[in-house]
Write a protein that binds this ligand. Structure first.
Ligand code: A3P
Length: 323
């Protein structure tokens, strides 16, 4: 790892094409030029506080859901030590008008460090922000600033089945294409993904790094899977709250958080149906699609499925992780 926070000029870094756009490889992972600059700025300028919470994910694995859930939990659930002091009934706002998620996409409340905070041109000044701060990053574990790794701050990671991740990615990036360009050929997107070339990829290396860290330091890194959250939202949202030091004492509140952050609700809020994000001008609606486990079956041939399964099994062999 290059600890100087500097990097070689772009033209000296390995380069690959992702959907006809260049990605550059730095320390084993692929980045868009702007993300790489932001990552360098983040590495040299971000100082973690012991009570920061950092959400981490590859792209299209349920980031928006995790942002909404953690924001909701941290807003409505008291920290363990304060829990007894507070009248439970006053914590959860049951009225929609009080819920910030009605007004803005979750990304407004939980900003992605390398996209919204450490933009290459002018990093935001977050030094005066009230604790506990809640941020997100797509950076691989190895590229995180040392202060995140070495402080007591907590990391929550969300992973997803690679086949559904690729399909979700395909739909998402197609939204950035013009009608003239039409959808990018799925077989080409598949080849690219299998080669490991994707934003912040290789996907499986990204997942494996955080998985290994979660095994080494389970109190610091919580590893969640999209499919587990879908299968047992109650169990996993409770686990998440406990990890954040904000355990639920009331089943109704767990259900309320799950409902507030559900795809069905968020997708149908006016802000997410018609709003546009202020950073890159993406439609908020692009972040909410079907949320189905197994949607890959609509896009993959049997051969594709077997090939990606094989790559995944080989990569994860011996890790104890199953995706
Ligand atoms: P699909 O494209 O499979 O529907 P990210 O937030 O990391 O960009 O991931 C986007 C994926 O998460 C999309 O998957 C999207 O539909 C799904 N998603 C977004 N919000 C969700 C929520 N509240 N609950 C469950 N899934 C959600």
């Amino acid at each position: 790892m290059d600890s100087s926070e500097s990097r070689k000029p772009l033209d000296q870094l390995p380069k690959e094409s992702f959907w006809d756009n260049p990605l550059y490889q730095w320390d084993g992972f692929w980045y868009r030029a702007g993300h790489l600059d932001a990552a360098m700025a983040l590495r040299s300028q971000y100082t973690a506080r012991h009570d920061d919470v950092i959400l981490a994910s590859p792209m299209k694995t349920g980031t928006t859901w995790l942002k909404a859930l953690c924001f909701c939990i941290m807003r409505t659930q008291p920290q363990e030590e304060d829990a007894q002091k507070i009248d439970e009934g006053t914590l959860v706002k049951s009225d929609d008008g009080e819920d910030p998620l009605v007004k803005n996409h979750p990304a407004v409340y939980v900003q992605t460090l390398e996209v919204q905070v450490f933009t290459a041109k002018q990093p935001l000044d977050i030094s005066g922000m009230k604790s506990p701060r809640l941020f997100h990053t797509h950076l691989p574990y190895s590229a995180l600033p040392d202060s995140i790794k070495n402080s007591k701050c907590k990391i929550v990671y969300i992973a997803r089945n690679p086949k559904d991740t690729l399909v979700s990615m395909w739909h998402f990036f197609n939204k950035l294409r013009t009608p003239e360009q039409g959808p990018y050929p799925f077989d080409k997107a598949f080849e690219c993904f299998c080669k490991g070339v994707s934003h912040f990829g290789p996907f499986l290396d990204h997942v494996l790094q955080y998985w290994n860290e979660s095994l080494k330091a389970p109190d610091k890194v919580l590893f969640l899977k999209y499919e587990d959250l879908k299968r047992d939202p109650k169990g996993h949202v409770k686990k998440l709250a406990l990890f954040l030091g904000r355990p639920f004492t009331n089943e109704k509140k767990v259900e309320e958080v799950i409902w507030r952050c559900s795809l069905e609700r968020l997708k149908n809020l006016e802000v997410n149906k018609n709003g546009v994000d202020p950073w890159v001008g993406m439609q908020n609606s692009a972040f909410f699609r079907t949320g189905k486990v197994g949607d890959w079956k609509n896009m993959f041939t049997t051969e594709m499925s077997e090939r990606l399964d094989h790559i995944t099994l080989q990569k994860l062999e011996g890790s104890g992780l199953h995706l």
